[in-house]
Design a protein around this ligand. Structure first.
Ligand SMILES: *[C@@H]1O[C@H](CO)[C@@H](O)[C@H](O)[C@H]1NC(C)=O
Ligand SMILES: *[C@@H]1O[C@H](CO)[C@@H](O)[C@H](O)[C@H]1NC(C)=O
Length: 389
């Protein structure tokens, strides 16, 4: 449902807050990070890449169907740091303007043409300079023992520049990094804080979402002893108090999203991170989750969607994944069988229905809340900024 600022304000004043707390719901748009994989881990493969051939951020028709027909108000748009900041420039405030323009067109289409919200998603695992064997290749940002690594300061400069370019668009959400892993949590927090400080220094009040360590897994948030995300991530400080947590949660045996069988109970596995969110008065998005077309996955996907709807700590989600370049390939949960993606119109490799037909339409789409936020600045409070007294 779309409503104007004025009627939203009136409703907020007259009505008690509805129980539902999901303000933002939709899909990950994954394809902007495509085209760099190399079986021999050859550095530089697919860089800078050909827009529309090796990678592309969205298909406008896919975004139209998701937004107009399925009433989602959130798209998470993946891109690669090595395309935005070519390795010859280094990570920082100098962008490849041609690449940036393609990216901005996609973000503007989602936010201005369709009126939905967009998460900017540097799909880099807190690494920079070699995506040829992602998620493991590339130097960990800020690793002072690696002379080829970009620094924490450079990561801040990158985010300051990106924020300056989008600060006037209140529908843009800054997703600081996709799935950091295998790095010290102290360095993760230092990098994230440098980004937050640089963003706010530019005067951008946009909602920021920050990941944890260990692939930002919800089930493992409190695991890992001293390194556990639960010991670190609440240390992040945001002067605008418009910071939420970015969680990923897959439902198969090893939480990888690789397997067709859903076996994990989301309510049990998310209990720890939910208690941590409550303790620190933080809100969260689950920006990656998914399942295959089995009966068990239907049950468990309904389980995680209901869990998020029922726990006020959760304010948004994007399912993994739609995007124009998946073709018959599957973004998750199919044991390498190619059953298509959540992209409208995609087909499985065997010609059968895709995950769009078998998982999005009958399962996930049914849990898109009827009332979502369609106006105002993306925020932990829905459409307004509200500092604690
Ligand atoms: C910038 O992007 C364009 C378009 O993809 C590409 O042709 C060009 O080579 C890129 N420049 C650098 C320095 O990577
Ligand atoms: C899942 O989808 C694929 C591709 O359409 C199909 O071959 C398979 O039979 C489906 N599995 C179930 C359990 O429906």
């Amino acid at each position: 449902m779309r409503f104007s600022n004025t009627s939203a304000a009136v409703c907020a004043a007259l009505l008690p807050r509805a129980a539902a707390t999901i303000y933002y719901a939709g899909v990950a748009q994954s394809s902007g990070e495509f085209g760099v994989w190399s079986a021999t881990a050859t550095k530089g493969t697919g860089l800078p890449g050909r827009f529309g051939v090796d990678y592309q951020f969205i298909s406008t028709s896919g975004v139209d169907i998701m937004t107009d027909q399925h009433k989602v108000n959130l798209h998470r748009v993946a891109f690669l740091l090595e395309r935005m900041c070519p390795p010859s420039y280094g990570l920082g405030a100098k962008f490849n303007e041609t690449h940036f323009d393609y990216f901005k067109q996609a973000v503007d289409y989602i936010t201005k043409t369709k009126g939905a919200y967009a998460i900017l998603d540097p799909h880099n695992y807190m690494r920079y300079n070699d995506p040829s064997s992602q998620p493991f290749s590339g130097s960990v940002i800020g690793n002072t023992l690696d002379p080829t690594a970009a620094t924490t300061t450079q990561f801040g400069a990158f985010w300051g520049e990106l924020a300056a370019r989008f600060r006037t668009n209140e529908k843009v959400i800054f997703g600081l990094m996709n799935e950091p892993h295998d790095m010290p949590s102290s360095l993760l927090v230092a990098n994230l804080q440098a980004a937050i400080d640089a963003i706010r220094k530019e005067g951008a009040k946009n909602l920021i979402i920050a990941p944890g360590n260990s692939w930002t897994g919800g089930h493992s948030w409190t695991e890992g002893g001293a390194e556990a995300s639960s010991n670190w991530i609440h240390k992040l400080a945001d002067p605008e108090e418009n910071l939420a947590i970015d969680i990923h949660e897959y439902l198969d045996e090893d939480f990888s999203g690789g397997h067709a069988a859903c076996t994990q109970d989301p309510a049990t596995n998310l209990a720890g991170v939910t208690a941590w969110l409550k303790e620190h008065k933080l809100k969260a998005f689950v920006t990656e989750f998914g399942g295959s077309n089995t009966t068990a996955c239907t049950t468990i996907l309904n389980g995680i969607l209901d869990y998020m709807a029922q726990n006020e700590e959760y304010i948004g989600w994007t399912a993994w994944a739609a995007g124009p370049f998946w073709g018959p390939n599957s973004p998750c949960c199919t044991d390498s069988k190619q059953w298509g993606s959540l992209e409208p119109g995609s087909k499985a490799a065997n010609g059968g229905p895709s995950l769009y037909d078998t998982v999005w339409v009958p399962v996930i789409q049914k849990k898109v809340p009827a009332e979502l936020q369609w106006s105002g600045i993306a925020s932990v409070n829905g459409g307004k900024l509200e500092k604690k007294a």
